[in-house]
Write a protein of this length. Structure first.
Length: 148
């Protein structure tokens, strides 16, 4: 969460500094962590599930703070989880190809806000650096919250 709040994403990266833009950064970074846990196979699975459950709890509270009524929270959570799953799948498929990853970032981080090429490049490069750092961290340190 702290990294998603880094002003560089919004100032240099041009990510919209809105509720949606902040969700996009949180979910993009979370997708990278979930991919890192996925790479551990069965030993990362339980922790991936627990992290996803924490995300759901946080999003539930956030939706309620934004005034979403009880009857609509479940639907909202479903939509947010679909967005997270989409980012995770797209990042998994494109991380190894810089051009394809930039296209994924354009779709999944900027949505309808037309970004500059420099903004897309900045966000994609920094997300790829974050992924490289996550891969280098041993699982025990990752689970201790030391994400590089």
């Amino acid at each position: 969460m702290a990294e998603a709040r880094d002003p560089a994403w919004y100032r240099r990266g041009g990510v919209p500094d809105t509720v949606d833009g902040r969700f996009d950064m949180v979910s993009a970074l979370l997708a990278l962590v979930l991919l890192r846990l996925e790479a551990e196979g069965e030993s990362g699975r339980r922790n991936s599930v627990l992290l996803t459950e924490l995300f759901v709890d946080d999003m539930d509270a956030s939706l309620r703070e934004l005034g979403t009524g009880d009857l609509m929270v479940g639907k909202g959570i479903g939509k947010l989880m679909g967005a997270l799953g989409g980012r995770k799948a797209s990042f998994r498929d494109t991380l190894s190809d810089a051009s394809a990853f930039e296209a994924s970032v354009r779709r999944n981080v900027f949505r309808d806000a037309p970004p500059s090429e420099d903004a897309v490049r900045f966000v994609a490069e920094h997300l790829r650096r974050r992924q490289s750092a996550l891969v280098a961290v041993p699982l025990a340190r990752l689970l201790a919250g030391e994400i590089g």
